[in-house]
Write a protein that binds this ligand. Structure first.
Ligand code: DQA
Length: 149
């Protein structure tokens, strides 16, 4: 709920539920479960409330973002492969009432040319990529300052 403690929705898109067994050399060895546990611990540390969701479907992500807008303060989102082509997720991010931070585990700019096109990031206030799971922590750290802006 919007209140004294900043509240953040953390959204992970398609195939991120398979973290840990999905190309560990690229995406790291932490499972999605471990990532959400870390995100919760980092949020506690920073005095924030966090809700985490993972969806493999574009519509699921769009609905989750709209449902959180006005209810939670900030959005941290890794749209996964949808980042490179989903105007629908872009539009939901653009409609979010509050700071929006897009995170990618891998350094997408150093990968295939198609991944350098980040349709969704045009609707993000901040883009973090290539920092692995620490990118989520960095994103949470940025939230309070962005709320004041
Ligand atoms: C990713 C990068 C995307 O290109 C890819 O499709 C993913 C993961 C990342 O976190 O590095 O699913 O979003």
């Amino acid at each position: 709920m919007r209140g004294a403690r900043p509240s953040v929705l953390v959204v992970d898109g398609p195939s991120l539920g398979a973290l840990g067994r999905r190309d560990p050399a690229l995406y790291g060895t932490a499972t999605y479960r471990e990532l959400t546990a870390s995100v919760k611990a980092w949020a506690d540390d920073l005095g924030m409330d966090v809700e985490s969701i993972q969806s493999d479907s574009e519509g699921g992500i769009v609905s989750a973002v709209w449902a959180a807008s006005g209810r939670l303060d900030a959005l941290v989102i890794n749209p996964g492969g949808y980042a490179h082509g989903s105007m629908a997720i872009h539009d939901a991010m653009e409609g979010f009432d509050g700071p929006v931070i897009e995170v990618h585990l891998s350094q997408v700019m150093a990968r295939e040319p198609e991944r350098r096109i980040l349709v969704t990031a045009r609707a993000a206030d901040v883009l973090i990529c290539g920092a692995g799971t620490a990118g989520y922590r960095l994103a949470l750290e940025l939230v309070p300052g962005m709320m004041k802006a």
